[in-house]
Write a protein that binds this ligand. Structure first.
Ligand SMILES: [Fe+2]
Length: 372
């Protein structure tokens, strides 16, 4: 690894964070690449894609499932937040998650076509830029640069469990403000909101909310970007108003009704995709725009999400239940058939923009930590 990058990361993140991230990455690569093909390892990438591909081909679903990865949905949400400063009423966040750029050429091309027609104030990228969890990343950065060239306005991002921290200088060169246990403040007039991003909390576990929050100039409305929603308890009790995340891919291969077979995450299944609520915090789990392991999707189309923040009073009632989370949505967003009209001339107007109400029902938490 280039010593300049190590020194840069140590200066920026502190020696402990940089060394932990790099050390765990090196251990992971050594296990995957340095010891030959370990067929007994459940997460071995050399055999799992082949099994999935073979099974889909045997059932005749493979080519349709591949084509599904290019059918990107543009989803609009009105999210009502009581603490939102009035100057930010209508503030729109474009969320793009789990691009897995180098593994999804068709989807990336479609994304590049869709982006110019969208209107938003800021774009957030919630991690997993690389296809695999190891190996080269030059193709990832090249593909991502083509995507970012179509994004207007500020871009902020966090790393996912597929990303190496070695990518950070390249990501920032293309204009992405990477938040690695760091915070930014956005201002409108004399009002402000805080945007906080944490490093991967799923596999690397080098997330540090406390460090990030300590950089904030004070209290106030705050949004947490985390690749994985598994951090929901810590986020809610740190008084974040909104958590934007991805990682689960919504299951990627789902049963009819968008019921995921696996989410690859330790969290209630109701948090596996779409909007949800935990205590006073609204959460959103994107199913992602890309796909990984095998670029296929079944009953779980890829998406990009436009979150329109609205200032308003919350409903009362049980705040833990999903039903309550849905009650916080503006009426337009509550209608399951609602399509939000995009601006005239927008490419989004013709796009399918069905509201995503997670098909996941409350169920047992996952009990394993994966590289999904
Ligand atoms: Fe992912």
């Amino acid at each position: 690894m280039n010593e300049d990058i190590v020194e840069h990361l140590e200066r920026r993140l502190g020696r402990l964070h940089a060394r932990q991230r790099i050390g765990i990455e090196d251990d992971h690569e050594a296990r995957v690449l340095g010891q030959g093909l370990n067929y007994l390892h459940p997460k071995n990438w050399y055999y799992r894609p082949a099994i999935i591909r073979k099974a889909l081909k045997l059932t005749g679903l493979y080519w349709r499932a591949r084509k599904n990865t290019e059918r990107i949905q543009i989803r609009h949400y009105d999210i009502v937040l009581p603490e939102l400063p009035s100057a930010f009423d209508g503030f729109t966040i474009l969320q793009i998650s789990d691009l897995h750029v180098d593994m999804n050429e068709g989807a990336m091309q479609r994304l590049v076509e869709l982006l110019p027609g969208l209107a938003y104030d800021v774009c957030v990228l919630t991690g997993d830029y690389r296809g695999r969890t190891f190996g080269p990343f030059a193709a990832t950065l090249e593909g991502l640069a083509r995507v970012c060239a179509q994004i207007t306005g500020p871009i902020f991002g966090v790393l996912g469990n597929h990303d190496t921290i070695r990518m950070v200088p390249g990501l920032e060169e293309m204009g992405i403000g990477m938040l690695l246990n760091e915070a930014e403040t956005l201002e409108r007039g004399d009002q402000r909101i805080h945007l906080v991003g944490i490093d991967d909390a799923h596999y690397y576990r080098v997330d540090n909310i406390e460090k990030a929050v300590s950089q904030l100039p004070g209290d106030g409305f705050s949004i947490l970007l985390s690749h994985t929603p598994e951090i929901y308890r810590q986020a809610a009790h740190a008084d974040f108003d909104l958590l934007l995340s991805g990682h689960t891919h919504g299951g990627q291969i789902c049963l009819p009704g968008a019921i995921p077979i696996t989410l690859g995450a330790k969290l209630p299944r109701r948090m596996g995709s779409g909007l949800w609520k935990y205590h006073d915090m609204i959460g959103y789990t994107s199913v992602g725009v890309g796909s990984c392991i095998v670029p296929v999707r079944i009953n779980c189309p890829p998406e990009i999400a436009l979150h329109h923040l609205r200032r308003g009073a919350p409903n009362t009632g049980d705040r833990v239940q999903r039903a309550s989370a849905e009650a916080w949505l503006a009426p337009r967003a509550k209608a399951s058939s609602a399509l939000r009209s995009a601006p005239e001339g927008s490419a989004a107007r013709g796009a399918s923009a069905q509201l995503a109400t997670s098909a996941a029902t409350t169920g047992p938490s996952r009990s394993r930590n994966s590289m999904w």
